[in-house]
Structures are given as C-alpha cells and as structure tokens.
Design a binder for this molecule. Structure first.
Ligand code: AMP
Length: 283
C-alpha cells in the first residue's frame, strides 16, 4: 500500500527516517488525476532511488485561469490505487492551507523564460511553479526529482532553480507518454469527450508534420506557415502558439542549420481546455 501523508509534520518524520537509514529519495511532483505519463516517472524513480515520494497538489498559485483551477480533475482514490499498484512508497496529498500556512513573500523571476512560450501566455505561472517546487524540495530534500518533457519550459525553470540555488538534487527529464492517437497524456484530457480527444490529436500530428518538413530541409518560416494553416483548417481546435526554438535555451533561432537541436512547441485550446505538447529534434 502506498502510504498517504497529508500534513507536513508526518512528511518530516518519514523523511528523517529515510535519511537516518541513509536511503536515497526520489520525488515525483504532480497535480494528480494520474495517468501513464505520471506513472512512468514513478517507475523511473523506483528504479533509481530507495524511497519514492509522489506529491499530489493542485497548486493554486500556478493557475492563471480560475476556471482551469476549479475544473482541474480530482481522482484521489483512483490515484492512490494506481500508486499502490506501481509500488510507490509514499504519496503526500496536502490541502492548500497545509502548504501555504505561511504565505510566501518571495517572488521568483525567471528572466527571459517569463517572456517566451508558456511564460508569455501564462503570466505568473512560473513564479507559482518555482515556489511550490522549492517548497517541495525543502520538505522532501530529495536525492533526485522527476519531471516530464511535456512541460519542457517547466524543466528549464527547475533547472534554473537547481543551478542558481546550487541545490544538491539530481534532475531527471522523462519522455512524453502518448495515447494511441498520439495525443500527449494529460490530466486535462479527462475534460474532453472522445470526439474532442480525437480532434486534439492534431496537435501531435502537426508537430510531426513540422518535424518531417524541417528534416527535409524546408525553411522554418514555411514550416510554421504550414502548421498554422493545418490548425486553421481543423475544427474545434484553436492554436495559441506554434514555435520552433533552440531545445536548450528555448529561445528563438534564426535559420535552421545542420546539427541544431530544436524544440517544436505548441499550445492549443480544444473545447476551452488548454493543451501543450512538443517534440525535440536534431537536424
Ligand atoms: P502534472 O500533474 O500535469 O503537473 O504533471 C506532473 C509531472 O508529470 C510533470 O513533470 C509533467 O511534465 C509530467 N507529465 C505530465 N504528462 C506527462 C506525459 N504525458 N508523459 C510524461 N510525463 C508527463
């Protein structure tokens, strides 16, 4: 059984016990409504660390849409069962009051990352992510922590935290787990009907289309134009952005040349639900 922890003092007891026993700790932060993507992170952590702690917390400070926060799927009992089946040792499921008993005074500014891609379209989002992740790092003191490539810019933000604060934590990036249709697994997919999920698969198919064109040497501007046209023709899907950026810095690139590592990133709304996805390629 995956042991459920709800309050910070209980979490501290578990952490102290693990540390005294010299056990390494793997942390998997999530917002719940767990799917195979989340569980792949748990599996990796279990293979690398002695103790795995998953956290489930729908962090209000990282939502910039009230509706998105209120409608975020919650499936706690099913999540605990999935974690138990995966052999996860502990799951920390605090309330908002428990987490933010002391209101944070800090604001974290991630520099240029605030002005591109997700940062640009979700003002304040990464401050919320940074604060909760620092809090979880402080509470759990993990040896390693796992994050998915689906939230690529989040990974850059956390890399920045680790580097700037010199945190002794191994950071692991996990590949994107997809539905058979290619749609990246996401808790928010639960808010879509089957037909809407089918429409949403255009996000990945267009990323793949762009990847193939770039690999064939089609100019970046034309690739972008084609991608935008594909979205314009699709029903029920509204593209927010489609960008081709440097995979490391996530910054805009000029012309594409051999050896470049690129991230193709997209965000789109399907029936009011905002979805993101990306592909990393090497030219
Ligand atoms: P979330 O619950 O959406 O905050 O996600 C928790 C963690 O799981 C984040 O590090 C995500 O990047 C990761 N994750 C979400 N969806 C996927 C997926 N389809 N494949 C792999 N990892 C994922």
């Amino acid at each position: 059984m995956c042991q459920v922890i709800r309050v910070k003092p209980d979490l501290k007891k578990v952490i102290n016990k693990a540390r005294i026993a010299n056990k390494s700790i793997g942390l998997v932060p999530t917002m719940g409504a767990l799917h195979q993507g989340h569980l792949s992170l748990v599996k990796m952590s279990k293979s690398q660390y002695d103790v795995t702690i998953t956290t489930i917390f729908v962090n209000p400070t990282q939502f910039n849409s009230k509706e998105d926060l209120v409608k975020y799927p919650k499936t706690e009992a099913a999540d605990i069962k999935k974690l138990t089946d995966m052999g996860c040792d502990y799951v920390f499921i605090p309330t908002s009051k428990e987490v933010y008993d002391i209101k944070p005074t800090l604001k974290i500014d991630f520099g240029y990352l605030e002005h591109i891609l997700e940062g640009k379209h979700r003002p304040g989002h990464f401050n919320g992510v940074g604060l909760i992740i620092m809090k979880l790092f402080g509470l759990v003191q993990p040896t390693g922590a796992y994050f998915g490539q689906k939230d690529l810019q989040q990974f850059s933000v956390i890399t920045t935290l680790i580097r700037d604060f010199e945190l002794p934590i191994n950071l692991h990036l996990a590949p994107i787990i997809r539905e058979n249709s290619g749609l990246a697994m996401s808790s928010r997919n639960q808010r879509l009907t089957t037909t809407e999920q089918e429409s949403a698969s255009i996000i990945y198919s267009t990323l793949k289309q762009a990847k193939n064109q770039l690999l064939k040497g089609v100019a970046k501007e034309l690739v972008l134009k084609n991608a935008i046209e594909t979205f314009n023709m699709a029903e029920g899907v509204k593209l927010e952005y489609f960008e081709i950026v440097d995979a490391e810095t996530l910054q805009d690139i000029g012309t594409v040349s051999a050896g470049d590592r690129l991230a193709l990133c997209a965000a789109a709304f399907v029936a009011e639900v905002r979805l993101i996805d990306n592909i990393i390629i090497e030219i």
